[in-house]
Design a protein around this ligand. Structure first.
Ligand code: FES
Ligand code: FES
Length: 157
C-alpha cells in the first residue's frame, strides 16, 4: 500500500511518520509515535476519549486522518502535564474528585485545555459546551465542570 511521509509537531517536537491514506491520527499517534496517553474508547467519534488539540482546537483523533495533521501542531495529554509537572487542570480534577474510573479523563483534560486557551474565563454553560463531546459514565459531569471552573476562577484576569 502506498505510504506518505508526514511531519507533526507533537507536544513541541517535530516527528515524522510513514502513513497510509486511510490511517487515522489516533493509530499513528499511538502505534507509531508512542503517544499511548491518547485513549481509544469507541473509535467512531462518540466518546471524546481520543481528543487531542490540533492547531488550537480539540478534535477526535479517531475521526481525523493522519495526513490531515501533516505540518500541524498537536498537543496530547502528556504535552499538557504529567505526574512530575501536572497542569492546574489536572490538579483541579484530582482536588475536585472529577476522576473516578479515569476512562474519560484524558479527553476531558484536553477539551478543557483547548477551551481555557481560547477563553480563560468561560461561563459554566461554555464549559458544558466545550466538554459536550466527552462522555463520562461515572461522575455526572458536575465535578468535572467544577474542576474546570476553579481553574478559570484562579487564573489571572
Ligand atoms: S475514541 Fe474517538 S471519539 Fe471515542
Ligand atoms: S470517570 Fe469514569 S468515565 Fe468519566
Amino acid at each position: 500500500m502506498k505510504t506518505y511521509l508526514i511531519e507533526i509537531k507533537l507536544n513541541g517536537e517535530w516527528q515524522k511518520a510513514e502513513v497510509t491514506a486511510r490511517e487515522t491520527l489516533i493509530e499513528v499517534l499511538r502505534n507509531k509515535l508512542g503517544a499511548t496517553e491518547v485513549k481509544n474508547g469507541c473509535g467512531k467519534g462518540d466518546c471524546g476519549s481520543c481528543a487531542v488539540i490540533l492547531d488550537g482546537k480539540a478534535v477526535n483523533s479517531c475521526l481525523t486522518l493522519a495526513f490531515q495533521a501533516n505540518g500541524k501542531e498537536i498537543t496530547t495529554l502528556r504535552g499538557i502535564g504529567d505526574e512530575k509537572k501536572p497542569h492546574p487542570i489536572q490538579k483541579s480534577f484530582v482536588q475536585k474528585g472529577a476522576i473516578q474510573c479515569g476512562f474519560c479523563t484524558a479527553g476531558m483534560v484536553v477539551s478543557a485545555k483547548a477551551l481555557l486557551d481560547q477563553n480563560p474565563k468561560p461561563s459554566r454553560q461554555e464549559i458544558k459546551e466545550a466538554i459536550s463531546g466527552n462522555l463520562c459514565r461515572c461522575t455526572g459531569y458536575e465535578k468535572i465542570i467544577d474542576a474546570v471552573q476553579d481553574v478559570a476562577l484562579e487564573s489571572k484576569p
